[in-house]
Design a binder for this molecule. Structure first.
Ligand SMILES: [Zn+2]
Length: 338
């Protein structure tokens, strides 16, 4: 079963027993024909050696790039006959699990490289970077590759972060656990149930601090699974809560806002005048200024119209409308100042 016409190359290291038959260059990359020349193959059923070849076929798998060019391996795969009568695999395909998995369309080392790119960047940036390095991959596939890598179990976790993890956005969610001292994810749990997180926490009594969102499930999990640990709200949720409460507060005080806007706009315009007076730019006289700050804001008018709505809007629709109006008003203010 040996093939004396094969070669090996230090530029494309291959596992023992696999050699290069030939290389073809194209505009997009290299196609390298390789084959296994070991004198036997192991039957996956009975683990016995077989030297009897039945047939062979060609299989294309993507490999790590060479000199920035994409590399495709044209692998000649042999089918062998198992001579053990009791074995269910009469004919089997030789396998090289250390190099490429069965039915995989890429080698193990390319999968590893893509995972490294995915972990070092993000999906979109990883797609762009991988393309420049000679690895063709979409952002979605890059995400899938990173999820394939098993996360090593941590020895000791002192400060733990727990948050939602979208297996499929809007559909199914799990929980991601992060070692905040090492700044790396350490576990992804299949769901976001309190019982699941609690069971994991019970296995790690060394945890001193649990950083979580404000959802009840994680609070319950931390209370039961790590009762000795301090619970803190993560920064994102603190700022989110602050923003929402501040928005609600300002909406309740909307009657005062035009007056505050007037005072604030005067102060801003005064600052602009002072700054421009120091420079050579001629600022228009005060009577030509458009009192854009002094208008009742469109966002407030929306809430003022609540009392006598022409068309009944839901609260969500009103908020969207008000948000849109605020954005437009900010745009107008920036344009005016410019
Ligand atoms: Zn067998």
């Amino acid at each position: 079963m040996s093939n004396p016409d094969t070669i090996s190359s230090p530029f494309l290291p291959l596992p023992d027993g696999i050699s290069i038959l030939g290389v073809e260059a194209s505009d997009t990359g290299l196609v390298v024909s390789i084959t296994c020349h070991l004198p036997f193959a192991l039957c996956p059923g009975c683990q016995q050696r077989s030297e009897r070849i039945h047939s062979s076929y060609r299989r294309l798998v993507a490999d790590v790039p060479s000199g920035g060019r994409q590399v495709t391996l044209a692998l000649t795969v042999r089918k062998c006959i198992c001579g053990i009568p009791a074995c269910s695999h009469n004919i089997f395909t030789e396998r090289m699990p250390e190099f490429v998995l069965s039915y995989a369309r890429l080698t193990n080392r390319l999968r590893q490289a893509l995972q490294d790119v995915g972990f070092a960047t993000c999906a979109e940036a990883g797609e762009r970077l991988a393309s420049k390095l000679g690895m063709s991959v979409t952002a979605t596939t890059l995400l899938r590759r990173t999820r394939e890598r098993s996360v090593p179990a941590p020895d000791v976790v002192r400060i733990l972060g727990v948050d939602d993890w979208a297996w499929r956005k809007g559909m199914t969610y799990g929980s991601i656990l992060v070692d905040l001292e090492r700044r790396c994810p350490i576990e992804i749990l299949p769901d976001r149930q309190a019982e699941t997180v609690e069971a994991w926490l019970r296995l790690h009594p060394e945890i001193e601090i649990v950083s979580r969102d404000c959802a009840g499930a994680y609070a319950e999990a931390a209370r039961k699974g790590a009762p000795h640990a301090h619970e803190v709200a993560d920064r994102f949720n603190i700022l989110k809560n602050l923003r929402e409460h501040l928005r609600d507060f300002l909406l309740r005080k909307q009657a005062l806002l035009p007056e505050i806007e007037h005072v604030a706009s005067e102060a801003i315009l005064q600052k602009v005048r002072e700054r421009l007076q120091k420079s050579s730019v001629v600022f228009p006289p005060a009577n030509q200024e458009k009192p854009h700050f002094r208008k009742m804001s469109a966002s407030l008018r929306v809430y003022e119209d609540r009392a006598t709505p022409q068309t009944q809007l839901t609260v969500t629709q009103e908020r969207k409308q008000a948000s849109r109006a605020r954005r437009y008003e900010r745009y107008e203010a920036v344009r005016e100042l410019h």
